[in-house]
Design a protein around this ligand. Structure first.
Ligand SMILES: C[S@@+](CC[C@H](N)C(=O)[O-])C[C@H]1O[C@@H](n2cnc3c(N)ncnc32)[C@H](O)[C@@H]1O
Length: 196
């Protein structure tokens, strides 16, 4: 059953445990390993923009979208404060044209939401925004640890069935999300993929 979350309301209320304010440790690990080759990045569901700003700081040309206007407003302020250029846009991944194809897609905590809302449209977005050879790094909740509170979760079999037809799964690793509470670190999947 699809869970409908009013993200705008969550940002306005400050109920955003995922918003740690620090770049994703897992993203930094993958970048450090030199695995994300290319120049253009689309981060979808960028929230308040911490990871998009970090990517821009490292020289990537970054487009970053989110459906929640309050998040995009904060993200733009962050980019200004960091003196980096990020093309932040308020957009719905399941409805709006987002350009591309991009060299790299990145999401932290978005695939695991959108797969339950409209998987077919989400797959169509993935196809349009990438080309053969494009990378996608996705971080999703892990069904081996389904907690409440906690992120939506997905199993390894579901990942392979839903994403495997379009992407080679290069790495599938377990990691723990960083949240805005030190001892709340839900289990996740770090999924590094390359478009077939
Ligand atoms: C769990 S939060 C993660 C935010 C950010 N990636 C982070 O790690 O801080 C999921 C984000 O996806 C955004 N989102 C949800 N559905 C979306 C959609 N259809 N199009 C664009 N953004 C969406 C939400 O507004 C929210 O910011």
């Amino acid at each position: 059953m699809a869970e409908t979350v009013d993200f705008t309301d969550r940002y306005l209320r400050g109920e955003t445990p995922w918003d740690s304010g620090k770049p994703s440790e897992e993203l930094l690990r993958v970048l450090g390993a030199g695995k994300l080759t290319g120049r253009t990045v689309l981060e979808f569901g960028c929230g308040t923009g911490t990871n998009a700003v970090e990517l821009a700081r490292r020289g990537f040309v970054v487009t970053a979208v989110d459906i929640a206007e309050p998040a995009i407003r904060i993200a733009r302020d962050k980019a200004r404060a960091a003196a980096v250029a990020v093309d932040f846009r308020m957009a719905d991944v399941l409805k709006d044209a987002l350009g591309g194809p991009y060299d790299i897609l990145f999401d932290c905590g978005v695939y695991h939401c959108l797969r339950t809302i409209d998987l077919r449209r989400f797959q169509e977005f993935l196809r349009k925004s990438t080309r053969p050879g494009s990378w996608w790094l996705s971080m999703a909740g892990n069904a081996k640890e389904d907690t409440d509170p906690g992120p939506p979760v997905v199993s390894e079999d579901e990942i392979r069935a839903e994403l495997g037809p379009l992407f080679d799964i290069v790495e599938l690793r377990e990691f723990r999300f960083t949240t805005n509470t030190a001892d709340f670190r839900p289990l996740g999947w770090s999924i590094l993929m390359r478009r077939r």
